[in-house]
Design a protein around this ligand. Sequence first.
Ligand code: GRF
Length: 219
Amino acid sequence: MNIDSGKSLIFPKIDKLPSFKPKLRLGVLASGKGSNFEAIVKSTLDKKLDANIQCLIVNKKNCGAIEKAKHYKIPFHYLDHSSFKYREDLDNEIIRLLQIYDVEGIVMAGWMRIVSSVLINKYPERIINIHPSLLPSFKGKDALTQALDHGVTITGCTVHIVKEEVDAGPILIQSAIPIHKKDNENSLLKKIQEEEHKILSTGIALAAIKWRNIAKDNK
Ligand code: GRF
């Protein structure tokens, strides 16, 4: 295995994702252009990820994710985070919506708000996030700048379970790519996002296997 040729190195590599009966019921949180949201939707439509996207919640009024939700006819809700006094109030509203849609797992697909213990404890081990670095390196908002500034020669992306400490939960899947001398933030973002779109569904499925086993054990 090598990534010399400019290709990525993804681990774990899973060729076929498991089926889930009944289908997974996912809620997605997004703040940006929604390319990861779209990647999840496409992978359900292509029958790779055995899931229904029950709803999208966004906190940016004109974000691209809304257009994608309209295009794929997925219910969406805009929550203006500035209208909530405390982080916990926003999280309680998110929980209220997710319960209406009977969501069993949450995907933070470019959700640029820190969530509180209120949401995390309501959905323990059931919230996953995608981050544009090989965690635990380069946590936080400016992961690509950090990677370029440090001069690392390899970076990538990570899908992980969300814990209270930001970008610190258990890792589900990662993809590594080389950084070339000519790379800048734009070229790197493009390459990392391509990898994000490849690994996100697998990360969801890996987390969901655990959710379903926990649910079975509790019966
Ligand atoms: C992704 O690069 C993700 O890693 C980061 O935010 C970006 C969202 O992009 N947390 P998009 O909105 O999914 O296109």
